[in-house]
Ligand binder design. Structure first.
Ligand SMILES: [Zn+2]
Length: 448
């Protein structure tokens, strides 16, 4: 087989659970309008028993002809009155039907949950949009797929990642994904190495078990804890220094969470998109610098970073875990929502120049998992698009973020990330701008 051998590419921020569930649920990502989304929902519902839940994801009203948020009435009609729970593309809001609201116990007088919102119309009725922690209120009553369904879907999702040239991922999911991976791994080593980060809400269980970062083997291991500081640009909930957005974790709780993670020897992945959330993350992480050799705190996304905070990443030993494809998808939205901040947005070059370690991923299924798209987005796309081209990385720098940087971010730099004798033999072979083969631990996991 011909082509150029790269060290195996890692996706440092991916959601395996959602990638698997997409195969079981209705996928609204391709819908270009509300009508299109409703037609997909009707077709899916027609295959379901009369009282089954409609579960799905991926709708994205910003890409619709009419970008207004949808409401429950149209969904009630398309779904034949079934309970329906449809997560928005960015997972920070959900579109739910009247029956789903009823199942979740949401009535006229129900108060918003802390850190969340239940949208209401002028008359005080829930519109069918729930945001942030409001999403969980409905998710909690939504039925789960069976183990068998989940494992088949997870296996297919991993196969797809091999086809894209991916040899490792850092997954941000709930325990249901780990359970599935663990069952699959008991049958044969996973074809993609998975480092799994547990949700902040599960930290207590990990502490009680004495679960430390690195437990597992080179194909499936636990490393850290993932927690959210804010929402997203698309849902207008990114926490900004100008006071806009929606903080979802108060600072005192964040400081306490960071302290507990460091004490438990679990690293911390903090989702922070707005410049306000990024600053709060750095404030909480800075005092912990050097707490242990294995402490690899990271800020996930870091989509908008105030210039004053850029050098703090290196000083605080904080890894910038970014997803270059977000810039391509969000460019227009960022121009519109962050008119005077956009030169500090998706600023991987500024962070790199200031000495921060970069780890790149895709945030799939929010964006496509294809790492070659990501490499392009981080490098030549900015020049082609004429969008702050000074923030483009060189191809070598971008490749480092998908390999050595990603390996360092989960404490695997002694085994992964370089082509060197003694390291695990993970390769991505690229020929003619396409992946020709993928190799994990010396075994071919995919070839064209
Ligand atoms: Zn994510």
């Amino acid at each position: 087989m011909g082509g150029r051998a790269l060290p195996g590419l890692t996706d440092a921020h991916i959601h395996l659970e959602s990638l698997a569930r997409m195969r079981i649920e209705v996928e609204l990502g391709p819908a270009r309008s509300l009508e299109d989304a409703l037609a997909r929902i009707s077709r899916h519902a027609a295959k379901l028993p009369p009282d089954a839940w409609i579960v799905g994801r991926g709708w994205y009203n910003d890409a619709w002809r009419d970008p207004r948020f949808p409401d429950r009435r149209s969904l009630d009609e398309a779904g034949g009155g079934r309970p329906a729970f449809l997560v928005r593309k960015d997972a920070h809001s959900a579109w739910v039907s009247s029956a789903a609201l009823a199942a979740a116990g949401i009535e006229r007088g129900t108060a918003d949950p802390p850190g969340g919102a239940i949208d209401r119309d002028a008359g005080g009725e829930a519109t069918g949009i729930v945001r942030e922690n409001g999403v969980d209120v409905v998710r909690r009553v939504t039925p789960r797929p069976t183990d068998q369904q989940m494992d088949a879907a997870m296996s297919a999702a991993l196969r797809d990642l091999s086809r894209l040239g991916i040899t490792s991922v850092h997954s941000m999911d709930r325990p249901v994904a780990f359970a599935s991976l663990s069952r699959l791994h008991a049958r044969r080593p996973l074809p993609v190495r998975v480092t799994w980060n547990l949700p902040g809400a599960r930290l207590e269980h990990a502490e009680r078990l004495g679960l430390r970062g690195g437990v597992g083997d080179d194909h499936l291991r636990i490393w850290g804890v993932k927690a959210f500081l804010d929402g997203s640009l698309g849902s207008r909930t990114a926490e900004m220094l100008d006071g806009s957005g929606m903080p979802v974790l108060p600072q005192a709780e964040l400081v306490e969470l960071a302290r507990r993670c460091a004490a438990a020897d679990l690293s911390l992945c903090l989702h922070a998109i707005g410049d306000g959330a990024v600053r709060r993350a750095l404030n909480a992480l800075e005092p912990l610098v050097g707490v242990s050799r294995r402490w690899r705190p990271r800020i996930e996304h870091a989509q908008c970073v105030d210039p004053a905070d850029v050098p703090r990443f290196r000083r605080a030993g904080v890894i910038a875990s970014m997803q270059p494809v977000h810039a391509v998808a969000d460019r227009d939205l960022a121009d519109r929502e962050w008119p005077d901040r956009v030169s500090c947005a998706y600023a991987w070059r500024a962070l790199q120049d200031a000495g921060a370690v970069l780890a790149f991923g895709s945030d799939a299924p929010v964006e496509p998992a294809d790492p070659l798209l990501g490499l392009d987005a981080a490098t030549s796309w900015r020049r082609r698009a004429g969008w702050y081209p000074e923030l483009a990385l060189t191809p070598a720098q971008a490749l480092r973020a998908y390999t050595v940087g990603a390996a360092y971010a989960v404490g695997m730099e002694d085994r992964l990330g370089r082509l060197r004798p003694g390291l695990l033999c993970d390769l991505t072979i690229v020929d003619d701008g396409r992946v020709a083969a993928t190799v994990v631990g010396g075994e071919i996991t995919w070839r064209r």
